[in-house]
Ligand binder design. Structure first.
Ligand code: NAD
Ligand code: UDP
Ligand code: UDP
Length: 338
C-alpha cells in the first residue's frame, strides 16, 4: 500500500513574507551601546518588529526599558554561541564586547562569540533566508601601515597578541560572512565600524571617551595613555546607526567603513574634554597596553558614494550629549555660573 504524506507546512517566515507586511528584525547585542540606539531607530518605523538577543555581558536591560511591553518588541536572554531558532527577515549581528577591557577579560569567550556566534547567525540566516549585517571593526586593519584606511587595505594584525581574540575574531567573522555568501548565496552586509561614542556607553568600560568624560565630571585627572600622540576618529552614535541602516537597506555587501574621518590625538581629545567639561582637571600620562594602534582614520569615500552617507555630528557637538547622559547617571549636575 502507498503512504500519503501531508503537504509541507510553510515555515513561519514564509508565512510572514506572504501574509504580513511587517519586517521582522533580529538585533543581536541589542542591549548594548550601539545596539540599543539601533533598536530605538528601528522601532520608530511601525512596519518593523524587533527581536533582541543578548546575554547581558556588557549590555543592560535598562538601555531598552522604554520598549518593554511594546507589541512590536521582544527580548530574549541568549548567548549567540548557542544555536538560536527564530524566524526573521533581517539580522543585525552586533553581539560581541567592544571595549578592550571587556574583550580581554575572557579572550577565549570573545573569540567564541566572534567565530561560533557569527557561524550560528549565518546558519540561522541561511535557514530562514534572512539578510545579515555584521558589525566588524576598524581593528581588522590592526596597527595600520596605510593611512587613512581604505577597505582594500588588508591590515597589519598581530595574530597572537592580547587584542587578537577581538581583531582576528572579527577577521574570521568577515571570512565566514563571505564564505556563506559565495557558497550558499546569502545576502550579507559588512560594516567596519570606527570608534563610536555617545550616551549609554558603560561609564567604567575603559574606552577613552567614556573614561575622559567620567574623569572630568568626577574631577579626576584625565588618563592619557603613552605616548598621547596616537590618533583615533570618533563617530557619534546616531550617525553610526544611520550608516548601519543604510548599509542594510542598500545593495552593497561591503565591507564598508563607517566612521567619522575627523582625526584627533589622545592629547587633543583630553584637552577638548577638559575645555568643554572641567577646565580644572589636569592631564596625567599613564602607561599604555600592548599593540595599541598608533593611528586610525577611515577613508569614507565608499560610504559616501555607495550609501550616500557621511557623519553630521562633530566631536565638539557630540561630547555635550554624552556629558549630559553621564552626569545624570553619575548624579553630578552641571554647575551653572551666572
Ligand atoms: P557593547 O559591549 O555595548 O555591546 C555588545 C552587546 O553584545 C552587549 O549588549 C553584550 O551584552 C552583548 N553580547 C556580548 N557577547 C554576547 C554573546 N556571546 N551572546 C549574546 N550577546 C552578547 O558594544 P558596542 O560598542 O555597542 O558594540 C556593538 C558592536 O559594534 C560590536 O560587534 C563591536 O565589535 C562593534 N564595534 C563597536 C565599536 C565602538 O566603537 N563602539 C567599534 C568597532 C566595532
Ligand atoms: N544554526 C542556528 N539556527 C538556525 C540554523 C543554524 O543557530 O536556525 C546554527 C547551527 O547550530 C550550526 C550553525 O548555525 O552550528 C551553522 O549552520 P549551517 O546549517 O550553516 O551548518 P551545519 O549545521 O550544516 O554545520
Ligand atoms: N586611551 C587613553 N586613556 C584612557 C583609555 C584609552 O589615552 O583612559 C587611549 C588608548 O591608548 C588608545 C585610544 O585611547 O590609544 C583608544 O582606546 P579605546 O580603548 O577607547 O579604543 P580602541 O583602542 O579600541 O580604539
Amino acid at each position: 500500500h502507498t503512504i500519503t504524506r501531508p503537504p509541507p507546512i510553510p515555515s513561519p517566515l514564509r508565512f510572514s513574507k506572504f501574509f504580513q507586511s511587517n519586517l521582522r528584525i533580529l538585533v543581536t547585542g541589542g542591549a548594548g551601546f550601539i545596539g540599543s540606539h539601533l533598536v530605538d531607530k528601528l522601532m520608530e518605523n511601525e512596519k518593523n518588529e524587533v527581536i533582541v538577543v543578548d546575554n547581558y555581558f556588557t549590555g543592560s536591560k535598562d538601555n531598552l526599558k522604554k520598549w518593554f511591553g511594546h507589541p512590536r518588541f521582544e527580548i530574549i536572554r541568549h548567548d549567540v554561541t548557542e544555536t538560536l531558532l527564530v524566524e526573521v527577515d533581517q539580522i543585525y549581528h552586533l553581539a560581541c564586547p567592544a571595549s578592550p577591557i571587556f574583550y580581554k577579560y575572557n579572550p577565549v569567550k570573545t573569540i567564541k562569540t566572534n567565530v561560533i556566534g557569527t557561524l550560528n547567525m549565518l546558519g540561522l540566516a541561511k535557514r530562514v533566508g534572512a539578510r545579515i549585517l555584521l558589525t566588524s571593526t576598524s581593528e581588522v586593519y590592526g596597527d595600520p601601515l596605510e593611512h587613512p584606511q581604505k577597505e582594500e587595505y588588508w591590515g597589519n594584525v598581530n595574530p597572537i597578541g592580547v587584542r587578537s581574540c577581538y581583531d582576528e575574531g572579527k577577521r574570521v567573522a568577515e571570512t565566514l560572512m563571505f564564505d556563506y555568501h559565495r557558497q550558499h548565496g546569502l545576502e550579507i552586509r559588512i560594516a567596519r565600524i570606527f570608534n563610536t561614542y555617545g550616551p549609554r556607553m558603560n561609564i567604567d568600560d575603559g574606552r577613552v571617551v567614556s573614561n575622559f568624560i567620567a574623569q572630568a565630571i568626577r574631577g579626576e585627572p584625565l588618563t592619557v595613555q603613552a605616548p598621547g600622540t596616537q590618533t583615533r576618529s570618533f563617530c557619534y552614535v546616531s550617525d553610526m546607526v544611520d550608516g548601519l541602516i543604510r548599509l542594510m537597506e542598500g545593495d552593497n555587501t561591503g565591507p564598508i567603513n563607517i566612521g567619522n574621518p575627523g582625526e584627533f590625538t589622545m592629547m587633543e581629545l583630553a584637552e577638548t574634554v577638559k575645555e568643554l567639561i572641567n577646565p580644572a582637571v589636569p592631564l596625567k600620562n599613564v602607561e599604555n597596553t600592548p599593540d595599541d594602534p598608533r593611528q586610525r582614520k577611515p577613508d569614507i569615500t565608499k560610504a559616501k558614494e555607495l550609501l550616500g552617507w557621511e557623519p553630521k555630528i562633530t566631536l565638539r557637538e557630540g561630547l555635550p550629549f554624552m556629558e549630559e547622559d553621564f552626569r545624570q547617571r553619575l548624579g553630578v549636575p552641571k554647575q551653572h555660573i551666572d
